[in-house]
Design a binder for this molecule. Structure first.
Ligand code: MF3
Ligand code: CO
Ligand code: CO
Length: 254
């Protein structure tokens, strides 16, 4: 197995790609307004990535016999992740939408996600977004060479459940860089001190997916869109980070 440790050249490519990706995701999030179609967000994301010299990494991504048909994932309300942008899906005031974007740059890939409110949203939706975002920050605070992957999941799970929400268990964060998904898996639940250890030089995508109701999810007939089984709202935040001896560096930031 190839080492999970990236070289300085690979890390620099991911830093540059991560900056581009963060800029584009920010632009896409800003474009979220009542009346916009999810396909328009996809077009904006793809056009801006290419203008900045990057290539979408989800477009054409293969999972078993399925091929992902877009550059961006747009997951609305009870959709958790991997929602496919559509020309007939109009965002409405009060919706929340997960925006997940990845790109290739200089041969390496990075991955990031945010959840945006469409106009004014309910207090419950605002709280879900805030807690999910904070759960990613809590996760990042654990990251350092030598810590166990279970430490990350443990803090996310504990923090989220204390707020009355649940963490999705069927999907995880992951190593990233030479491929869209690499080892190790980074679950958003777990036990402190358990699991493999992070090593300085690894690049990982940490991505809590938080449901307002139960943690159970299912995949829709399109083979991609993951939804909450109870129909409750779900939010998602993700950063690609470099593990360092002393902590971490967020790569998907401006
Ligand atoms: N971005 C997703 C993740 O965070 C993977 C998307 S793959 C796609 O792991 F094909 F669904 F786009
Ligand atoms: Co992602
Ligand atoms: Co990811």
């Amino acid at each position: 197995m190839k080492s999970l440790i990236k070289t300085p050249t690979e890390i620099q490519a991911m830093r540059e790609g991560g900056k581009i990706l963060a800029m584009v995701l920010k632009e896409v999030a800003k474009a979220v307004k009542p009346g916009i179609k999810t396909i328009e967000l996809n077009k904006l994301a793809e056009r801006r990535l290419r203008e900045l010299g990057a290539k979408p990494s989800f477009l054409g991504y293969k999972s078993d016999y399925l091929v992902y048909p877009a550059s961006l994932c747009t997951s609305v309300n009870s959709e958790v992740v991997h929602g496919i942008p559509k020309k007939n899906k109009i965002l409405e005031e009060g919706d929340i939408v997960g925006l997940d974007l990845g790109c290739w740059y200089k041969g390496l890939c990075v991955d990031t996600a945010t959840t945006a409110a469409v106009g004014n949203v309910s207090a419950g939706a605002q709280k879900l977004i805030k807690i999910t975002k904070q759960s990613l920050i809590e996760a990042l605070r654990q990251v350092q060479g030598g810590v166990s992957i279970g430490d990350i999941g443990h803090v996310v799970e504990t923090y989220v459940e204390a707020q009355g929400f649940s963490v999705v268990r069927q999907l995880t964060g992951h190593g990233v860089g030479r491929s869209v998904h690499e080892e190790p898996a980074i679950p958003n639940f777990g036990q402190a001190g358990k699991g493999p250890k992070l090593l300085a030089g690894m690049t990982i995508a940490i991505e809590p997916m938080v449901n307002a109701g139960g943690y159970e999810v299912a995949t829709q007939a399109d083979g991609w869109t993951v939804v909450t089984v109870d129909g409750s709202l779900s939010a998602h935040f993700e950063h690609t980070v470099l593990v360092t001896e002393k902590g971490y560096e967020i790569l998907t930031t401006i």
